[in-house]
Design a protein around this ligand. Sequence first.
Ligand SMILES: *Cc1c(COP(=O)(O)O)cnc(C)c1O
Length: 372
Amino acid sequence: MKLETILVRAGAEPDTATGAIAPPIHLSTTYQHNPDGSPVHDHIYIRDSNPTQDRLETALCAAEAGGSALAFASGMAAISAYMQSLAQGSHVIHHTDVYTHMRVLGSEYLPRWGCEISEVDMTSPDGIVAAIRPNTKLIWLETPSNPGMDIIDIRRVADIAHDNGALLVVDSTFATPVMQRPLLLGADVVMHSLTKYIGGHSDVQGGALIFAENSDAVGKIREIRTVIGGVLSPFNGWQILRGLRSLSCRVERHASNALAIAKQLETHPAVSTVYYPGLASHPGYEVARNQMSAFGGMLSFRVTGGADRALSVASKTKLFINATSLGGIESLIEHRYSIEGPTSVTPPDLLRVSVGLESKEDLIDDLYQALD
Ligand SMILES: *Cc1c(COP(=O)(O)O)cnc(C)c1O
């Protein structure tokens, strides 16, 4: 089956009890069991599993062509659960440009949990090979990355990981399964913040891990979810499922709008650089063309005149709203340096935009009037 069909139909069977087409939301925290504790149906307690979550996991698993999927309360809950499954003494390598709280988890929490961490620029795979240690167990990357829009060659890094007895996890939040399917390129696990494009309406938080195989590791991380408790609420799971159903249409528009805006921004004299993997000027363009079917709805650009000019542009947009997060129907703009604080490695003249579903002409006009 094609992805568009999977996104609409996987885990979407009519309710067996009522025939309802829209899935029921099962809010029950507890399920009837037999006197010996065995379940009468499939579930026992909400923190272990529940029917709404089952539907979401079935759909996500199919969307990424995986063998198993686990849903969590947030993207960070998914990332943390994965990291908590590492044995003490493990060494983890991640790309230099990663989600802010992934960086914090790596630098502050992993050492407390007895693990070692290295940051490497993965746009050149040679750096990864040099960073490998005998105890390297995990390579973690985001592509496209946040907010630098770096593109990393998933197949190449997967080969390096596997040649050295490590696993590769790809945070594919920016790409969504519509544009990139890391498991088919050799990754072992895909991670998503469901809060972004998959939820898609800036009104629900969730996260997921999708595994290439249904191995013992999945059981271990499922147990971590039960014990540590980063569990998705059934209501949120239901909302995310609803978002997933229209993902392919939305992502097409996000990506075509972003490409048009990126091309237009490149010609503006006050814009010094545009970071968008769909531009031939982007260093990752060729790799992006090979591993993605479109280039996404996120882009960053730098303006002439430094931080002051960037803040002035952000203050003058009328359609682009100053807000963090991404992947919703509405267009957002953000001066990442201000948000990330003094430890930020983001250039102060950079603005990141999440391109929404409005008319691309209106969006370009808005950025142009803010830049002039
Ligand atoms: C938002 C985000 C996360 C964290 O997800 P939450 O749902 O906010 O916890 C992780 N990775 C990327 C790339 C993100 O954009």
